[in-house]
Design a protein around this ligand. Structure first.
Ligand SMILES: *[C@@H]1O[C@H](CO)[C@@H](O)[C@H](O)[C@H]1NC(C)=O
Ligand SMILES: *[C@@H]1O[C@H](CO)[C@@H](O)[C@H](O)[C@H]1NC(C)=O
Ligand SMILES: *[C@@H]1O[C@H](CO)[C@@H](O)[C@H](O)[C@H]1NC(C)=O
Ligand SMILES: *[C@@H]1O[C@H](CO)[C@@H](O)[C@H](O)[C@H]1NC(C)=O
Ligand SMILES: *[C@@H]1O[C@H](CO)[C@@H](O)[C@H](O)[C@H]1NC(C)=O
Ligand SMILES: *[C@@H]1O[C@H](CO)[C@@H](O)[C@H](O)[C@H]1NC(C)=O
Length: 929
């Protein structure tokens, strides 16, 4: 029996009361350490991270957190709850530390139970000052003061340094589009095309509740015609999240857009962020342009160069300019130069274009109306540009993963006038327009019979009108760095590295594991037996292979980066990027889960970065964020949105959960999780099984809807559980939906084996499926049901409720499903009257057997799990387990690549999950098989 105080908290939590009123009797403390992922950064511009805590230990109103560095020095800390256990105790916390010159190897966060009377810890010696008026929010970090207007088209009013210099102002979004594209260059001039320019229009600005160490300013709005006309409606809604840390002169912006245009008439040609840079009073020869090149290299120029001239102003003058320092007074120069500066051109405009992941071009010109001059370009620009002066200061702007998100660009303009500008292009206007039209015309597929037949050949599930990008989103990470004077090249190189590999603080795999806060279905790497070591080496091979394929196959691009492909074409030595349902993976069979679990167990930086890019892609581009299908994702296909199967299994919130909590509650991902709370309603407008349904059921909004207990319910359940954990304003609703549907499944005669049920959109209850209204018991088992998060979500649910609070019968229903899926037809028939038919993905399902084997402490079953893992389908021990290098000369491929044509991504994801979970559940038996 839990102590009284804890029980009281649990009861109050169940009643939905706040837990403030309860006093926790046990006073204790405990700490967790976070370290930098990979190598320690040279500078810390402020960081946010998440920490897990064991159930029942710390309650929010009675817990204080403090931080110290490796030398035991205390530092400021901002702490908040991101997740709770069912008893109201803290499950996950988010923390922010301020910027600091000295960077510690690690930081220790201490949690202390404290009496309710003590005030919130606000030890903000170096705190941020936030002031808010009806017109604007102003944030002063100690290093910079930034204003955010609450209306109009300017999203950053001004950036002022502590020395009082305004180094950036009038920050705004720019967008360009056109209403048609030339299908060939030959028809230019024949096709009438209208062009549109837009800028940001703010609808709402909010500032975070907590602001002492890290302040978040959120700006929402749309892109509106720049000339104020009604030539085009406002569109492309945006959310800008500006993060500012105490003591830091950097601003991090998480920039999110939703596409709400018409793919056949709205072609985006440029997406940018633009700021003005005040340069008034700065001599032209003291104005500097820096643009990041490759591996820390920079284009290092002055607007008016005094090097390389026929006459030499003197080496001190030349050196100062190259170093970006104020030049000695002009009276000290060689007069043959100082008398003739008016004849030296000034270069006002610079442009870098990264139109492919392999190369960028650079150009400059003296001013508009004059010719551009080519500057040598390079391969992969690192995405940062600085404009400023030696005395007036300046601003650097950068985009993370700049070249990986091609076509991108950086423009500097008007650098010779009183106000220069920097434009960062998330989509370069010099590229071809963003063409989101369907890639084929329907091929005459009339009706479901044709569409199902076509699925037989290209594996594409097509339906007219469903291949729409309406509602997809993209999120980008941008940074601004303010300077009182032109910074050194070393500083800019350092910041360029920082931008692209933002330092991440994480706790150890051991600590996450012990807390139980990200499930109990994974464990640390197992090197205890030869067999386990072999599995570990296979997991490593698979993880590295996908990282390498991203590079070799150039899986980069504005929308594509973060995804990878589904199946290989060994004949062409290429992934099937053009063959229907074999192209982009769109989370098919849960690679997101595999790569995140692989990170949790290993703590490896390469795996984290890979999984993070995937989460930023799959949660945004593969999912609809507005419209009737809001909350659904799109099945794998040639375009991320082209397949007509719109499914909750693709938008599965569980795929975002790991990053969400580890990142300290990334607010964009938090928003995505909240968007998914209404996914259940989509079953009232769109039946995922519409093409194959035989029971005559059709969806009606707001009524009772049919849903699968596997791919559908697992996604909804994950979302409801996360919401309950997070205690968002809707968490009572989520809790009711979750417990009701769990009871409903338990109540079905055949439990999960029933396959589907009818869910009531008003009462949130779940009953028997349309084909079995009286619950006599039907059998409908799909190989797909358990491979989109069901196993992981149900495992978390069983832990979450605990045996005493679980809806009666739920665990048995799950254990039965786990037991029978791989039990063979005879046992299935004996139990259910019929067998499950011919299934596949047996290897992946060995983790269900392992789960039930562990739950029932039955060694026979546990051994059965390993025999399924090794001896059914999937990736067998006898597979090659190697990667072959294919070289280009005389080959059918473009260049040298690695291939492993013995698997598809489905196999990898399910092998990976089975390996991780079988090792966790029944790994102890491996040495004695
Ligand atoms: C108080 O917390 C400590 C540390 O977690 C634990 O060892 C102890 O059992 C707890 N005592 C009670 C009465 O719960
Ligand atoms: C701005 O957003 C906040 C939070 O979403 C909301 O509470 C507020 O009503 C909004 N204000 C306006 C003017 O829309
Ligand atoms: C997109 O525009 C075309 C051309 O005006 C129109 O025929 C089509 O119905 C529009 N599509 C949508 C989804 O509104
Ligand atoms: C369980 O099923 C019975 C009828 O079979 C029904 O009366 C009852 O409401 C159901 N309970 C739940 C929680 O769905
Ligand atoms: C373990 O599971 C096997 C296979 O279902 C079964 O035959 C056996 O009776 C179980 N053993 C125990 C101790 O329950
Ligand atoms: C890969 O493994 C296969 C099968 O074991 C073997 O025949 C082949 O030579 C190996 N290839 C390489 C490149 O190691």
């Amino acid at each position: 029996m839990a102590p009284l105080a804890v029980r009281l908290v649990r009861i109050l939590a169940l009643l939905g009361e706040t837990v403030n009123a309860v006093h926790i009797t046990n006073s204790s403390s405990s700490s967790a350490t976070v370290h930098w992922l990979g190598t320690k950064p040279e500078v810390n511009l402020g960081a946010t991270f998440g920490l897990p805590w064991p159930r029942g230990k710390f309650f929010p109103e009675y817990t204080a957190f403090s931080a110290s560095d490796s030398r035991g020095q205390n530092l400021d800390l901002q702490s908040w709850a991101t997740g709770y256990w069912p008893d109201g105790s803290l499950k996950w916390t988010g923390h922010a530390i301020p910027a600091s010159h000295a960077v510690s190897e690690a930081y220790t966060i201490k949690a202390t139970s404290r009496p309710s009377s003590s005030s919130r810890s606000r030890n903000s010696s170096s705190g941020i000052i936030v002031s808010e008026t009806p017109q604007q929010v102003k944030v002063n970090t100690g290093q910079i003061s930034v204003s955010f207007p609450k209306s109009g088209d300017i999203v950053i009013g001004g950036i002022e340094t502590a020395a009082g210099k305004t180094v950036g102002k009038n920050g705004r979004l720019v967008l360009q589009s056109q209403d048609a594209v030339f299908d060939s260059p030959d028809v230019r001039g024949e096709t009438p095309v209208s062009y549109f320019n837009f800028q940001s229009r703010i609808s709402n600005v909010t500032v975070s509740d907590l602001t002492s160490v890290r302040t978040l300013v959120t700006v929402r709005g749309t892109h509106s015609p720049a000339d104020g006309s009604a030539s085009h409606s406002d569109w492309l809604p945006f959310v800008l999240r500006f993060y500012l840390y105490a003591n830091s002169s950097a601003i991090k912006l998480v920039h999110s857009l939703v596409f709400d245009g018409n793919a056949t008439t709205d072609f985006v040609t440029g997406i940018g962020v633009r700021l003005d840079i005040p340069l008034e009073g700065e001599e032209q020869y003291n104005r500097h342009v820096r643009i990041a090149g490759v591996n820390g290299g920079l284009l290092n120029e002055a607007v008016q160069g005094i090097t390389g001239l026929r006459r030499d102003p003197g080496s001190a003058v030349r050196t100062a300019q190259v170093e970006g320092k104020e030049l000695p007074d002009i009276s000290t120069w060689d007069t043959r130069v100082s008398s003739r500066t008016q004849w030296i051109p000034t270069w006002a405009d610079y442009g870098l274009s990264q139109l492919s992941p392999d190369g960028f071009t650079l150009r400059k010109r003296t001013k508009a109306g004059q010719s551009w001059l080519n500057i040598p370009g390079g391969t992969r620009a690192e995405g940062l540009a600085y404009l400023g002066g030696a005395t007036v200061g300046g601003l650097a702007v950068g985009l993370r993963d700049f070249w990986k998100r091609y076509p991108t660009g950086l423009d500097i303009s008007n650098a010779s006038s009183n106000t220069g500008t920097i434009t960062l292009w998330l989509y370069s206007p010099l590229a071809q327009p963003l063409d989101l039209r369907p890639y084929h015309n329907g091929l005459g597929e009339d009706g479901y019979a044709d569409q199902l037949d076509a699925l037989e050949i290209t594996y594409e599930d097509y339906e007219p009108g469903f291949d729409t990008p309406y509602g997809i989103a993209r999120t980008s990470e941008i940074s601004f760095y303010a300077f009182d004077k032109t910074p050194s090249r070393e500083t800019l190189s350092l910041l360029t590295g920082y931008l692209n590999n933002p330092p991440v603080l994480v706790t150890s795999p051991e600590h996450i594991k012990e807390s139980g806060a990200l499930g109990t279905y994974w464990d640390l790497p197992d090197n205890s037996s030869e067999a386990a070591r072999t599995i570990e080496s296979h997991l490593d091979l698979l993880a590295k292979f996908y990282q390498g394929q991203v590079e070799q196959r150039r899986w980069y691009g504005f929308l594509d980066y973060g995804d990878f492909m589904h199946t290989y074409d060994a004949d062409r030595h290429t992934w099937r990027y053009d063959v229907g349902g074999y192209a982009w993976d769109n989370s098919e069979l849960s690679p997101d889960l595999f790569f995140w679990l692989y990170f949790l167990r290993t703590g490896r930086e390469d795996v984290y970065r890979f999984a993070e890019a995937m989460t930023r892609h799959t949660g945004e581009v593969d999912v609809y964020h507005i419209g009737d299908w809001k909350g659904l994702g799109t099945r794998h296909g040639v375009q991320h949105w082209s397949d007509s199967a719109k499914q909750a299994r693709i938008s599965q919130p569980q795929y975002r959960k790991y990053f969400y909590y580890l990142s300290g509650g990334d607010e964009r991902v938090g928003e995505l999780l909240e968007e998914l709370l209404d996914t259940d309603k989509t079953y009232g407008v769109l039946d995922p099984n519409r093409k194959v349904r035989t029971d005559g059921w059709t969806p009606t909004p707001g009524s009772t809807v049919a849903m699968g207990l596997g791919t559908d319910w697992s996604a909804l359940a994950a979302g409801w559980l996360i919401d309950w954990e997070r205690r968002t304003p809707r968490w009572h609703e989520s809790r009711t939906k979750l417990t009701n549907t769990m009871s409903g499944i338990a109540n079905l005669t055949n439990g999960f084996v029933t396959g589907s049920g009818l869910y009531n959109l008003s009462s949130w209850t779940l009953g028997p499926p349309p084909a079995d209204p009286t619950n006599r018991g039907t059998v409908s088992v799909s190989h797909l049901s358990a491979v989109f998060g069901l196993v992981e979500v149900v495992s978390e649910l069983i832990d979450w409720f605990g045996d005493s609070d679980l809806p009666p019968g739920f665990k048995d229903a799950w254990l039965d499903y786990c037991y029978y899926f791989n039990a063979g037809k005879a046992e299935q028939k004996a139990r259910y009257g019929v067998d499950f038919g011919n299934l596949n993905l047996y290897q992946g399902h060995s983790r269900l057997t392992a789960y039930v084997g562990r739950a029932r402490r039955n060694e026979t079953l546990q051994r059965r799990a390993w025999s399924e893992f090794y001896g059914t389908d999937g990736l067998k021990p006898s597979a090659p387990w190697n990667v072959t290098r294919v070289s280009g000369k005389g080959q059918v491929l473009l260049g040298e690549v690695d291939e492993a044509s013995w698997f598809a991504t489905n196999d990898v994801a399910q092998y990976g999950l089975a390996a991780v979970e079988d090792l966790a559940f029944v790994g102890g038996l491996l040495g004695s098989l």
